[in-house]
Design a binder for this molecule. Structure first.
Ligand code: GLP
Length: 257
């Protein structure tokens, strides 16, 4: 697992966007399968990718996307649904084809069937080339809350109080309006991607970053699963390193520049 430390959120975002654009360009005519997150962490990266697309430096015409997660019970038009988030902040501004976008349907009648179908669609597309992600302050990846199986696949998860408190900011600060369950790809689904790139920014993520990088692989800090991935990169800003050991920071700065 690589840990890249950049000065601030903007430099992290620029680095991540350029890395993704490079991978899409390297795929040339082959469809590139990209896993995507929501949240504030990827917003800067989406802005940079939109700029690169507008400048003609990358095209998403052959990109197939799979989003990580979606709330149960919010329809695609709901202002806080991850469908809306993705179209408002990214898809509407790039040259992606609508039929190549995949987002779990939190309104599906049979949620287990929806999750199984999603796994099938990922398989049928040839698997995910690069999974972009963020991390919750409790170390979760997608909605794989503490205690999630590291072998888990796409399924329904109950959100923890920590996550509901963190996400209440999108629901006028009202925790009671935050959905209590979500559909999410599993830790195993993320681990199957050929590459994983995680964006971590801010002091409030420092404790989780420390646990995920310096402690062992465990199901409480689910991002720690990346330690076992052959091609995983965490790109973080200085503020997120506040809890890392001096030696850890020096080591990664030394080998990564
Ligand atoms: C939610 C999402 C995660 C995201 C996390 C952190 O729980 N399901 O995919 O990584 O929030 O969000 P933020 O980037 O806003 O801190």
């Amino acid at each position: 697992m690589r840990l890249l430390i950049r000065q601030d959120y903007d430099t992290v975002s620029r680095w991540a966007a350029r890395y993704i654009a490079e991978k899409i360009n390297e795929a040339e005519d082959k469809p590139f399968v990209l896993g995507l997150p929501t949240g504030s962490s990827p917003l800067g990266t989406y802005r940079e990718l939109i700029a690169l697309c507008r400048a003609g430096k990358v095209s998403f015409a052959k990109t197939i996307t799979f989003n990580m997660d979606e709330y149960v019970g919010l329809d695609a038009a709901h202002p806080q649904s991850y469908h809306r988030f993705m179209w408002d902040n990214f898809f509407s501004h790039i040259d992606i084809q609508k039929e190549n976008v995949h987002i779990l349907n939190g309104m599906a009648k049979d949620l287990a069937k929806e999750c199984a179908l999603y796994e099938e669609q990922i398989r049928a597309s040839g698997g995910i080339d690069l999974f972009l992600g963020g991390m919750g302050a409790d170390g979760h990846i997608a909605f794989n809350e503490p205690g999630s199986s590291l072998q888990s696949r796409t399924r329904v998860k109950t959100l923890t109080m920590d996550t509901k408190i963190a996400n209440a900011r999108f629901f006028d600060g009202d925790i009671s309006r935050v959905p209590t369950t979500a559909l999410t790809v599993g830790v195993g689904t993320v681990m199957d991607a050929r590459e994983v790139l995680i964006i971590v920014s801010g002091h409030n993520k420092a404790r989780a970053l420390k646990a995920s990088v310096e402690e062992g692989i465990n199901h409480i800090w689910t991002l720690s699963c990346l330690q076992a991935h052959p091609h995983a990169i965490i790109v973080c800003d200085e503020a997120a390193t506040d809890e890392l050991k001096v030696g850890t920071v020096r080591y990664f700065k030394d080998i990564e520049g």
